[in-house]
Ligand binder design. Sequence first.
Ligand SMILES: [Zn+2]
Length: 203
Amino acid sequence: MVGVVGSAGSGADEASMPSAAPGGVRPESLEESGAVGVADDLRRLWVPHRMVYVSDHHQPGEHDCPFCAAPERADSEALIVARGEHAYVLLNLFPYNSGHMLVCPYRHISNYDEATEAETSEIAALTQTAMRVARSTLQCDGFNLGMNQGAIAGAGVASHLHQHVVPRWASDANFFPIIAKTKAMPQLLGEVRELFAEAWPRP
Ligand SMILES: [Zn+2]
């Protein structure tokens, strides 16, 4: 159980958005198909001034880690957009916004400073490509990029490093999702994965 303490703030600069998808396909059904993501009740990214209390929050080990298991599955099942040599890109099953990608090393490491030079270099390159692909396909106006390091910092799966790439649009920030805890996801996850995978440049 993850709780958020503090006021909602203006919300104007937040990448907060819950996980519901429209059109009758719920994230749960995709999860059953093998897709993975970062589930938490935080709903917000990069608000370090807020205290987050975490209890009974299981952090997976290598043997039950969704980000270790995803590359073993088919791309379409695991919502994988692209695979590199040391890291890969998948859609977040619990997106804060449309096109929310996660860039993960294959290795089960928690912190960015544990990553090798090859891993950090490829995470950086994949992040850049993810931005270009999202910009060209979804015409987004900006991005939130970042890593939550540790459960206390808001990481849903703190035990396996992942970089968030969250597309933003000028019109996506409003009070409704903060108050109502719901937001229409304009495109289904599977469709977005296909769109991104097709637009991803071939080496
Ligand atoms: Zn892992």
